[in-house]
Design a protein around this ligand. Structure first.
Ligand code: DGL
Length: 278
């Protein structure tokens, strides 16, 4: 075991949704130490401009770099779609986004060559999935669906029942008719809606959960670089930029358990972390 492998994995999201990635990483890499930051003061990112998302994402990364992580996972589709290349220009730590792993899985799974992508407005507007899928599978047709009501619905715990079904049907019921045989859940919150999505799109559509694919991609990268932690128990520490109590309650939904504690990051602490690196 080398010293670098003992370092934590930093994971961030605009809020609590990235905990779906933490859950998948914990299952895939049970020995790793995870530091999670949720920017709950500024969520949602999915309706913000590209410039604002890039600025926020860089501040999130700078906050995490104080823990000297061996890798940072951008566990937010919106931030990955809009800011990954920008972040890579500003930090040296290896970055893993959620778009590419989801796109690889979708490109490999589709027989028809028509792939549905459900995501936030900013992710759809960035065309990040369209570009990744076209590169991985030339000639592919991407049917994009911005699903802006999904995030608030999940945050209010409306993941089953009539309202959830109606909204999911409104967004996604036409996908099979358009020839799609794969649907990418291109937003951290959507895996929580998986059951309702499957009931709407039908069992014939293969659903790709980018959280699971991202955890596998992170595991491969650690393995390739000899950075995987091979002994000892894993752990996770949680930080949020606002309302840690609400974050903790929501965590149950995304993580399947409640974190023991969530530390509030004061804005001065957070912004000064970014300022020190500029
Ligand atoms: N985390 C965002 C994503 O995966 C969803 C929530 C938001 O809009 O900030 O796209």
């Amino acid at each position: 075991m080398n010293e670098l492998s003992e370092r934590p994995i930093g994971i961030f999201d605009s809020g609590a949704g990235g905990l779906t990635v933490v859950k998948a990483v914990t299952e895939e890499l049970p020995r790793e130490r995870i530091i999670y930051f949720g920017d709950t003061a500024r969520v949602p990112y999915g309706i913000k401009s590209g410039d604002t998302i890039r600025r926020y994402a860089l501040e999130d990364v700078h906050f995490l770099t104080r823990f000297e992580p061996k890798m940072i996972i951008v566990a937010c589709n919106t931030a990955s779609a809009t800011a990954l290349a920008y972040l890579a220009q500003h930090v040296e730590v290896p970055l893993v986004g959620v778009i590419e792993p989801g796109a690889v899985a979708a490109a490999g799974a589709s027989r028809s060559g028509v792939i549905g992508v459900a995501a936030t407005e900013a992710t759809i507007e960035s065309r990040a999935y369209d570009e990744a899928l076209a590169r991985l599978r030339p000639g592919v047709r991407v049917v994009s669906k911005a699903c802006p009501l999904f995030v608030p619905m999940v945050e209010e715990g409306r993941v089953t029942g009539e309202v959830a079904e109606l909204v999911a049907a409104e967004y996604l019921s036409g996908l099979s008719d358009l020839g799609a045989d794969v649907l990418v859940l291109g937003c951290t919150h959507y895996p929580v809606l998986r059951a309702i999505v499957v009931s709407v799109v039908g069992p014939g559509l293969h659903v790709v959960d980018s959280a699971q694919e991202t955890a596998r991609a992170a595991a491969r990268l650690l393995e390739q670089r000899g950075l995987a932690r091979t002994a000892g128990e894993g752990s996770a520490a949680f930080y949020a930029s606002d309302n840690p109590g609400r974050f903790r309650r929501l965590a149950g939904l995304f993580l399947g358990r409640l974190p023991c504690s969530v530390t509030l990051v004061e804005p001065e602490e957070f912004f000064s972390a970014a300022a020190r690196h500029d």
